[in-house]
Design a protein. Structure first.
Length: 183
């Protein structure tokens, strides 16, 4: 029997998922979330019909079906046994802390406030003017109140948690300026 060429496929993003039926030796590799992509629009056969590539309406690859899993590395097939990652799994520690604070975790709220309050006040002062520090304090206090009340949901983007908090404060300060309340 000729040597089989193996194709290593390992997860690169949160939508990557594999299903595997060892009895039939068939595996399907989901490359994108089908709910977002609109699913498969058409299919193309490859490698003498042992692989079927599913394409969306824009001819982007959404998934690949392997009709003979001997072409895949065992490490790839082992991915089929793992639970799908949650969006939180891709966030860094500070992003998870911001998310936890927005979801009501009092400890996370306290830590964020202690670590970032002064910097957020400086951000608000940049927009309002240095002479408006009491107004900047009010803007930041209002942001913390809304965060504690559960009114915010941070972006699920790695490294964006604190940047998002700064944007909230700057936007609130800019709204005061638009209304004619500063500078």
């Amino acid at each position: 029997m000729p040597a089989m060429n193996h194709f290593p496929l390992l997860p690169s993003d949160r939508h990557f998922r594999i299903t595997h039926d060892p009895k039939l030796r068939v595996a399907y590799v989901y490359l994108v979330d089908r709910r977002v992509s609109g699913g498969s629009h058409r299919s193309v056969q490859a490698l003498d019909g042992s692989v079927i590539i599913d394409l969306d309406k824009a001819d982007r690859v959404v998934g690949i079906e392997f009709l003979d899993t001997r072409r895949l590395h065992p490490e790839t097939l082992a991915e089929a046994e793992k639970p799908a990652p949650e969006p939180e799994d891709f966030l860094d520690e500070k992003d998870r802390q911001v998310l936890a604070a927005c979801l009501g975790d009092r400890h996370a709220q306290q830590v964020l406030c202690l670590e970032h309050h002064e910097g957020l006040v400086r951000d608000a002062c940049e927009v309002l003017g240095k002479h408006r520090k009491p107004d900047a304090e009010d803007v930041v206090a209002g942001m913390w109140e809304r965060l504690v009340a559960g009114e915010y949901r941070p972006p699920m983007i790695r490294g964006a948690g604190v940047v998002w908090l700064r944007r909230l404060v700057k936007s609130a300060a800019a709204e005061i300026v638009r209304r004619g309340g500063a500078r």
